[in-house]
Design a protein around this ligand. Structure first.
Ligand code: AMP
Ligand code: MG
Length: 484
């Protein structure tokens, strides 16, 4: 196999250890393949039989480096919960290099949990089976939902215990992304005061993700505009499906517009904008309903980092950045309204003065009645066919939902179109926990069945009823953890 080293060559200052000896991953005493994404492997030109071989597993662990490859840990900075950290970087990850996808574009092949790097600080550089399988399931579910995301190629158990609150089995996740350039990458380059580095990073990002920006009058401003547009669209997609990222630090926001770094993420069940799952997000900074605002805040940090490239006159640079950032709200609102109409089966041609109050009223009803976000829209599709009972029974205030549904049905919703945009199956928190607990104890069955459901989310199948239902009451309040 051949791995390119585009990033390491273009930005050696951000690829450690510079060009010195290649950094070596941790040895794994007993590698065992837990899950492999055969289709993704093929799309990336990787031979699945070879990946399953002992040499293939060593590639997926980072202990076998193909000839000519230059694995590196990437440098980045970032605002974590609003506080700037100048040197984060890949503390437990490794960019093996780039492969060419069947679509002709490069993809990063990246390992998470592969051992310590120069960015590890106090951390062990390792990862446990549970969190790596969690990223695998949730990212593949997001992909199946049509939401831009990094992909998961494989999880390999190392046979080496990882010390957390208790000893846990260790694993490495191999992931594939259109790149790992983050808002934090730009913050890092900006903080070096090396404008040439910042320019090379921006030009690399343009070539890789937003090539049309190269033809603009101001290419670096066009790059910023493209990232604003990609993130406005991405976060609207999260909101429509009830996804809570959980740790939207600037180092966890991509330039490509892909969802990245699945840590304390979770899908909301009962609709409530204040929904928070992360155990460390005490103030609710990254609550479901705050995500568009946080995205805009992160993009302002990207704009600050780019200022030296936008104009020689910094006053003008700021004015240009402010104007470009102003597009975020319009684009987000547009993507959200279009998506809501689709969820409700209504044509995009309907006037906003009709749909907007209808949507607002519905959200208030969902919140007041603690209605499960995902099953409601799916059942509403059945209501569009004429049977309102399955949706109606989710509400306590029947008069209010009857009145709302009568007005909505009068607009002629398209039931079939609704079932193509409203998923039946999402990775529900209790099912994810069940699958990860079983896998950690050695039983991969529940994980495989969950993957089967969530990777075909719109295709409702008999026998899969439990994958469409919210958590039982005794599951209680859900908490997720970072950096585990
Ligand atoms: P995350 O919250 O996963 O996005 O990680 C934030 C930062 O902490 C990144 O720089 C990670 O590389 C680093 N980090 C997280 N877990 C570990 C670990 N076990 N060992 C070393 N660094 C880590
Ligand atoms: Mg991260």
């Amino acid at each position: 196999m051949t791995l390119d080293d585009q990033f390491a060559r273009a930005l050696p200052e951000m690829a450690l250890p510079w060009q010195a000896e290649p950094w070596q991953a941790e040895q794994a005493p007993a590698p065992r393949l837990l899950v492999l994404n055969g289709q993704l492997a093929e799309e990336c030109g990787l031979d699945t039989d070879w990946l399953r071989s002992s040499e293939g597993l060593r590639l997926l662990l980072g202990t076998h480096v193909p000839d000519g490859a230059t694995p590196v840990a990437q440098a980045y900075a970032g605002h974590q919960f609003g506080h700037y950290a100048p040197r984060l970087g890949d503390g437990r990850a490794l960019l093996l290099g780039e492969v060419v996808h069947a679509d002709g574009h490069p993809r990063d092949l990246h390992l998470k949990g592969s051992g310590r790097t120069p960015f590890s600080r106090g951390g062990d550089g390792l990862a446990a089976v549970g969190p790596m399988l969690r990223e695998y399931v949730v990212s593949e579910a997001m992909h199946a939902l049509g939401i831009p995301t990094t992909r998961s190629l494989a999880v390999v158990a190392t046979g080496r215990p990882v010390r957390r609150d208790t000893l846990l089995p260790g694993a490495v996740l191999a992931r594939v992304a259109s790149s790992h350039l983050r808002v934090g990458s730009f913050q890092y380059a900006r903080a070096t005061d090396d404008v040439d580095l910042l320019r090379r990073l921006a030009d690399h990002a343009i070539a890789r993700h937003h090539p049309h920006a190269a033809d603009a009058e101001r290419p670096h401003l066009a790059l910023f505009e493209a990232v604003v547009a990609a993130q406005a669209s991405l976060v609207a997609r999260w909101m429509l499906v009830g996804f809570v990222h959980g740790v939207m630090n600037t180092d966890n926001m991509t330039i490509s517009g892909e969802t990245i770094d699945y840590g304390p993420c979770a899908f909301m069940e009962a609709f409530d904008p204040a929904t928070v799952y992360s155990s460390i997000d005490h103030a609710g900074r990254y609550a479901y309903g705050n995500q568009p605002l946080v995205a805009e805040w992160n993009l302002a940090r990207l704009a600050e980092a780019l200022l030296p490239l936008l104009s020689d006159d910094q006053e003008q640079a700021i004015a240009l950045a402010v104007e470009a950032l102003g597009a975020f709200r319009r684009q987000y609102n547009g993507a959200w309204s279009t998506g809501m109409r689709a969820k409700l089966g209504l044509p995009d041609s309907l006037d906003d003065t009709v749909t907007s109050p209808l949507v607002d009223e519905l959200l208030a009803l969902l919140q007041d009645n603690h209605v499960d976000h995902t099953s409601f829209y799916r059942r509403l599709g059945t209501a569009a066919h004429g049977d309102t009972e399955p949706a109606r029974e989710l509400f306590l205030d029947l008069a209010a939902i009857d009145d709302w549904m009568a007005r909505w049905r009068a607009l002629g919703p398209d039931a079939d179109a609704m079932q193509r945009v409203n998923p039946a199956y999402i990775p529900r928190n209790h099912l994810v926990e069940e699958a990860l607990t079983a896998a950690t104890e050695g039983d991969l069955g529940p994980l495989e069945r969950l993957l089967d459901a969530v990777t075909a989310p719109y295709d409702e199948r008999p026998g899969h009823e439990r994958y469409a239902a919210p958590a039982p009451d005794d599951f209680g309040a859900y908490r997720t953890f970072c950096g585990t």
